[in-house]
Design a protein around this ligand. Structure first.
Ligand code: SF4
Length: 690
């Protein structure tokens, strides 16, 4: 495309999935503005999206395949990757290799990687960094609905009378959703309640902020459900018609659910708790939007189900403005869910039930189908460290920084016999361990689709030529498959070829059994694919036209508040981690924008002033934050927004930008038992002035 012509595409950052109009203004220059016609953002963009144009230069790009430190041709690099994977599989079996992929990949990239691993290599050892972001939401939805459905849309936020934000600094992390809530508030007086141990910027406009003790969300939600029951706010007809209730459910809800007990457990004033409960019980049009504060917990799945229980039992679902809503972190976490990017899912939202394995195997004519889930992220890197995974391919992600207990992950990578990294950036903390680096195209150069938090599929469109020898991720995977001898099954010539196959698979022998069905796109032509307008997929069980299909039933799941650990003598603080407004992940992209760097120039360890005074820490002192896993230096920020006994550090900084601020070294690699998602949010820690 030439200069001056605006291209409709999608923001590369978060799960809001904003539409962008991008105009090329030079060789490597793009002007970006919000797409007024995109239903996710109607022309608005946050600071990160607005400054995307500053990230499309060639600074730091990986431009050629590299074997070790030497430049290599594509054929030589692909031959080596294919040979090492083939030999490892031949010698040690299919489960001795693994892919670790990313919610930054487009759906087409994700699809071919999943097909290669699960249908041809014959292992399900492909997991994604979305495991760190929303896998507890997936597990919770499957427990409640039997399927990974998201029963909400952004329209529900416009129609709600009450929005409850749980574990989400929406104003910073999903700014356009927050603006939409604020617009509804201005237009119809929507009430806003924020539940978060930290007093974040999101709390500034809230009617009520409950700064609960970390890890108490189940107690809070169970207490609310008991309150609704006492107040006659359950929806008996809805429960009768659509919801299965386990025999022990109400007994578990009623246990320790009086207001005083819940207030004590959650460490909030009874009056605030009562205000929240009364508001919820009196407001049928309520959306509960939740994010990492719920998901990234050792009991994340239970916390998700406590929220889903509440909405199902009170009938606050399937009606305009009434829904539980999991908002995803990454731009294409949902696309990954569609193609089975998680080790625990297959493809097209199927699990590993025998008939699903057989169905997908038939569709792919797969020589060797995986028939059981593979290793989830934390276990996958543990297996690398134990020498069980002997060949690993990391695509578009930086686990040497972003995984919990990242020091261990680095040790594992350094001992792995063969590591491939395909990425846009030449030098990442992870690529330093790579034997082979493969150059991938970036946001402004590649074509494909992404799915946002409300399941809206949008096109991402390339507008700059690939620099150097960079290639799309789907092409790189396809070529490796071809070099491994499976060329005819991977004979794609463009992203549209992959999308058509993905759409056909979603409809293959489906017969209405699964909600995810892109059958209407099974034969979409290249021109129609190019012109595709954003759409929400499938028949809609709870959102959209809000007609709850009678065949869809849901379950309440009995969840109990876990006993909270006592503070440890040597580790008296609870460390919470999260994002800054203007940075993204490990800053490989946002770090290129000088304007974005101005918001927070360095990583700060936030601490309550009372705690700081006791430890002799003053504002902006250099402090050492330490956990049993590791330690790093930060500058202290004294703020009453932190609860007494809690600390907060940001996730973005790496060795490449600073010697301190290495939050990834600090969290434990403990995970939720249902989802395998790491519990980043509450690590025992200590802090001292340096
Ligand atoms: Fe991009 Fe998310 Fe900002 Fe929208 S809200 S512009 S998708 S970062």
């Amino acid at each position: 495309m030439g200069a001056g012509e605006a291209v409709r595409t999608t923001c590369a950052y978060c799960g809001v999935g904003c539409g962008i109009l991008a105009t090329r203004t030079g060789d490597r220059a793009i002007e970006v503005r919000g797409d007024p016609d995109h239903p996710a953002n109607f022309g608005r963009l946050c600071s990160k999206g607005t400054h995307l144009g500053e990230t499309v230069g060639l600074e730091g790009r990986l431009l050629h395949p590299m074997i070790g430190r030497r430049r290599a041709g594509w054929d030589k690099a692909l031959d080596l990757v294919a040979r090492r994977f083939r030999d490892t599989i031949a010698n040690f079996g299919p489960d001795s290799v693994a892919f670790y992929v990313s919610g930054q990949l487009l759906t087409e990239d994700y699809y071919v990687a999943n097909k290669l691993m699960k249908g041809f290599i014959g292992s399900a050892n492909i997991d994604t960094n979305s495991r760190l972001c929303m896998s507890s939401a997936v597990a919770g939805h499957i427990r409640a609905f039997g399927e990974d459905v998201v029963p909400a849309s952004y329209d529900d936020l416009d129609a709600a009378d009450l929005v409850v934000l749980v574990g989400s600094n929406t104003a910073w992390c999903h700014p356009i959703v927050y603006q939409r809530i604020m617009a509804a508030r201005a237009a119809r007086g929507t009430k806003l309640v924020v539940i978060d141990p930290r007093r974040t910027e999101t709390c500034e406009d809230a009617d009520l902020h409950l700064a609960i003790r970390p890890g108490c969300d189940v107690a809070l939600m169970n207490g609310l459900l008991a309150f609704c029951r006492r107040e006659g706010a359950l929806d008996a007809a809805f429960l009768q018609e659509h919801v299965t209730v386990p025999a022990d459910f109400w007994e578990a809800i009623e246990a320790e659910s009086d207001l005083w007990t819940v207030a004590k457990t959650c460490d909030v004033p009874v009056s605030d708790l009562q205000r929240f409960y009364a508001l919820f019980a009196a407001t049928p049009r309520t959306v509960t939007l939740f994010s990492q504060g719920i998901n990234q917990a050792l009991r994340g799945t239970d916390q998700v189900n406590a929220i889903l229980n509440l909405h199902l039992a009170t009938g606050r679902i399937g009606k305009p403005g009434a829904a539980p809503f999991s908002i995803t972190g990454q731009p294409n976490a949902m696309g990954g869910r569609e193609v089975g990017g998680l080790a625990s899912t297959l493809a097209a939202h199927m699990d590993f039930a025998d008939d699903n394995v057989a169905r997908v195997g038939r569709f792919w004519s797969a020589p060797r189908m995986a028939n059981k889930p593979g290793l989830k992220a934390v276990d996958l890197f543990r297996a690398v460290g134990e020498g069980k995974i002997k060949a690993l391919w990391v695509m578009a992600t930086n686990p040497a920084v972003s995984m919990p207990d990242a020091g261990r992950v680095r040790e594992a990578l350094s001992g792995c016999p063969f590591v491939v990294v395909s990425d846009v950036i030449a030098d990442t903390d992870t690529s330093r361990f790579a034997h082979v680096r493969l150059p991938a195209t970036g946001w402004a150069e590649k074509d494909g689709t992404v799915t946002n938090s409300e399941r809206r599929v949008s096109r991402q469109r390339g507008m700059l030529p690939p620099p150097g020898e960079a290639r799309p991720d789907w092409w790189i995977v396809t070529e490796v498959a071809r070099h491994m001898g499976w060329g005819s099954a991977f004979a794609y010539t463009c992203a549209a070829d992959v999308y058509r196959e993905h759409a056909r698979l979603s409809a293959y022998q489906n017969g209405g059994a699964r909600l995810f069905d892109l059958g209407h796109h099974a034969a979409i032509g290249n021109a129609a694919y190019d012109e595709m307008v954003p759409f929400r997929w499938g028949r809609d069980p709870f959102g959209g036209d809000h007609a709850l299909e009678s065949r869809l039933t849901a379950r309440l799941v009995t969840v109990r508040q876990a006993k909270l650990p006592e503070p440890l003598r040597d580790w008296p603080f609870t460390l919470n981690t999260g994002r800054y407004r203007d940075q993204w992940h490990t800053m490989t992209r946002t770090g290129l924008s000088p304007k974005l760097a101005r918001h927070r120039e360095e990583p700060l360890a936030e601490i309550n002033p009372r705690d700081a005074e006791r430890l002799g820490i003053a504002n902006y002192d250099i402090v050492r934050v330490e956990t049993p896993q590791g330690a790093s230096l930060f500058r202290a920020l004294l703020t009453a927004s932190q609860r007494h006994g809690d600390l907060f550090t940001p996730i973005h900084w790496t060795d490449r930008q600073s010697t301190g601020g290495r939050t990834g070294l600090l969290p434990r690699s403990l995970t939720d038992p249902h989802s395998g998602q790491p519990g980043f949010k509450s690590t025992p820690a200590r802090i001292e002035k340096v």
